[in-house]
Design a protein. Structure first.
Length: 194
């Protein structure tokens, strides 16, 4: 049986509409990139300029994207079976590709692990399930997920009601927010577009 506090939390998150992330966040590309059979995601830094890169591991191979623009930088449709999924590594890593070729990239998703739940700039991300198994991703600032109304200090930015949530969180730099489901990748960035 749920307490009255738990029931009020459930109502709070169930009623919150999906909304755009506030400034300085902006969606990357059209907001959602379809990736069938997505297993997990991880972050790396571009060796030339330190910008965030997103590595995607799916049942159809590996892909590397620029987190600021969404541009696909590299693709491996046939990765080495010995290292094609993070379950083969105690650190949950897969070898990088393209500009981070040979660099191990930690992957969060179906096989475990996690992305950063907070950013150095005071932002946080939480996953709530008021109507399990449909999960909602909540972006908040300075602990705002526990107070105020949606759109004031917290924003319901993604609702995984059509596929399974794999991972949600920030890059280590805090400049990128990623939400990965079994069918797509959604990215937001705090960096200006080129």
């Amino acid at each position: 049986m749920f307490s009255s506090y738990q029931r009020s939390l459930r109502r709070r998150y169930s009623r919150a509409p999906v909304m755009a992330a506030p400034a300085p966040w902006r969606p990357v590309l059209d907001r959602t990139t379809p990736i069938g059979g997505l297993l997990g995601v991880g972050f790396a830094l571009h060796p030339d300029d330190g910008r965030d890169l997103v590595m995607v591991v799916s049942s159809d191979g590996h892909g590397l994207f620029d987190a600021r623009t969404g541009e696909k930088l590299a693709r491996d449709r046939d990765p080495d079976p010995e290292s094609s999924t993070p379950e083969d590594s105690p650190e949950l890593c897969c070898p990088g590709l393209g500009p981070v070729s040979g660099v191990p990239v930690r992957i969060a998703g179906l096989f475990g692990g996690g992305l950063h739940s907070s950013a150095p700039t005071g932002w946080s991300v939480d996953v709530v399930s008021p109507e399990w198994p449909h999960e909602r991703v909540i972006l908040s600032t300075r602990g705002g997920v526990h107070r105020g109304e949606p759109g004031e200090t917290w924003w319901h930015v993604h609702h995984a009601d059509y596929s399974e949530l794999r991972a949600a969180g920030f890059s280590p730099s805090g400049r990128t927010l990623a939400v990965a489901t079994s069918s797509d990748l959604t990215l937001w960035t705090q960096e200006p577009s080129e």
